[in-house]
Ligand binder design. Structure first.
Ligand SMILES: [Zn+2]
Length: 322
């Protein structure tokens, strides 16, 4: 479920043209821009890639929307979609919250990975599911990111990751923090295999995610207005003696201070990524061929040998249940 201002019941708007005091809009037909409060019809909003037509605000996306807006139609082939966390610390109410998130969001975890083609360039792609526990980095998200990097290294493919996360997952404690080292080690593995890592820091990218793999891309991209921060605004302000600028912790501020490489409009993202992948890709003999078959999937990333995976905290399901 998106955090946008969805109408939960019928809402009335003035209908001046009809000379009426109000008109009724059915549930789900329109949304309100969280920045400028303009009412936008869903049909137009979707057509504009969920960017406000008035103020240009880039709204948060589900993982599926991100995939649909980015990769070539029909090219996404997910793997490791059946991994589930097993509540390793028996954290109070964690199992119930996970089940609720699965039911509410319709996703198994806070990260999805797969093979895809972006503007004609083959790659491994990973996308945060922010609506699932705030896109937090837990054992399964960490494992999937590692699998994506290992697949890139093994198959000779570049890796593109879209982040949107509140940081490490509190309910998994130290095991969640371990994912920072684990994903960083995997990024080093990919680098050693001479395959590029492109990270798109979407709104919001914070905490342990920013402090690990999200900052380790060869190229760091963001979307206009995205919130990018290690600590929250209140904590950051308390830690500083001087007044911070209004755009502190935004993509634009990061760009101006050399912390990211570019800020790209959502509509330009596929072409930009395709161009970068074309520049950076270095096909190897192991790289999959675009022969119309699924031959490139014959090497299951789950079978890849690993120095950085810790599978004992993760369950594999075949029926999507815990
Ligand atoms: Zn707006």
């Amino acid at each position: 479920m998106s955090t946008e201002g969805w109408f939960r019941k019928k809402v009335s708007f003035p209908d001046k043209a009809a000379g009426q005091s109000s008109a009724t809009v059915p549930v789900g037909l329109a949304v309100k821009c969280v920045k400028c409060s303009t009412i936008l019809f869903n049909r137009d909003f979707d057509k504009n890639l969920r960017v406000c037509t008035k103020c240009g605000h880039h709204s948060r996306l589900s993982a599926q929307q991100r995939i649909d807006f980015t990769v070539d139609a029909g090219s996404f082939e997910e793997f490791a979609g059946d991994l589930r966390s097993v509540d390793p610390l028996k954290f109070p109410e964690y199992s119930e919250k996970l089940l609720q998130s699965v039911k509410k969001v319709g996703a198994g975890e806070s990260f999805r990975v797969g093979f895809a083609t972006i503007s004609g360039s083959r790659c491994v792609i990973g996308v945060s599911e922010f609506a699932f526990r705030g896109g937090t980095l837990g054992s399964v998200a960490g494992e999937k990111i590692v699998l994506a990097m290992e697949a890139g290294a093994k198959l000779g493919l570049p890796v593109v990751l879209f982040t949107a996360s509140g940081g490490a997952r509190m309910e998994e404690g130290l095991i969640a923090l371990m994912q920072m080292a684990k994903t960083s080690a995997a990024a080093a593995l990919l680098s050693k295999a001479k395959q590029p890592l492109i990270v798109v820091l979407a709104d919001p990218t914070t905490g342990g995610v920013l402090a690990s793999y999200a900052s380790l891309g060869d190229i760091l991209i963001s979307e206009p207005g995205a919130y990018i921060a290690f600590a929250g605004a209140r904590v950051a302000k308390q830690a500083q003696t001087q007044k911070l600028p209004d755009d502190y912790q935004t993509a634009e501020y990061r760009l101006a201070h050399g912390q990211i490489d570019m800020v790209v409009q959502r509509r330009d993202m596929p072409a930009t990524l395709g161009r970068l992948l074309g520049f950076l890709s270095k096909p190897t003999e192991a790289a999959p061929q675009s022969n119309g078959s699924n031959g490139h999937l014959s090497s299951n990333p789950l079978d890849a040998p690993s120095d950085v995976r810790h599978e004992s905290y993760i369950a594999e399901t075949s029926d999507g249940a815990f």
